[in-house]
Design a protein. Structure first.
Length: 152
């Protein structure tokens, strides 16, 4: 069962690009924009990450921390962060543990073929670790994603 608005987010979020374990309590007292995206260095995912990067100062000023999640490896994340100059951490959810908890690993369709993959979704988690808003795959606008979070 996927997590919903009103649910408490899990304490263990995963391991970041440097192999450090990231916990929900690391963000206590701040809002967390936890965004799940399909793949490092792809056009849509790069546009989304750059929207968050370019508006990071505004997001921080509004009390948000940003944390990205994909099933890419730590090494892939390190390259993506370096290439795009990202100021936030990325979780390497290679075992799909977090994606399955949040319900973002699911069936997708492309050119008539069905396959399993990451559903681009953002969870806004409040200062107490409760999910207060979900921006669903149909709602996410990659190039304007920071604005979507800020104007929620």
């Amino acid at each position: 069962m996927a997590l919903q608005v009103g649910d408490k987010a899990p304490e263990i979020l995963g391991v970041n690009q440097d192999g450090t374990e990231i916990k929900l309590s690391d963000f206590a007292g701040k809002k967390l924009a936890l965004y799940f995206y399909p793949k490092d260095n792809t056009p849509g995912c790069t546009a989304q990450a750059c929207s968050l990067r370019d508006n990071y100062t505004d997001l921080k000023a509004a009390g948000y921390e940003v944390l990205g999640v994909s099933t890419d490896s730590k090494k892939s994340h390190q390259g993506f962060i370096s290439k795009q100059n990202l100021p936030f951490q990325l979780i390497a959810d290679t075992e799909k543990t977090l994606s399955e908890q949040f319900g973002t690993w699911g069936e997708k369709m492309n050119y008539g073929k069905t396959y399993m993959g990451m559903l681009r979704t953002t969870f806004i988690i409040d200062e107490n670790g409760i999910i207060e808003r979900i921006i669903s795959p149909k709602e996410v606008k990659t190039k304007e994603h920071a604005t979507q979070i800020l104007n929620g």
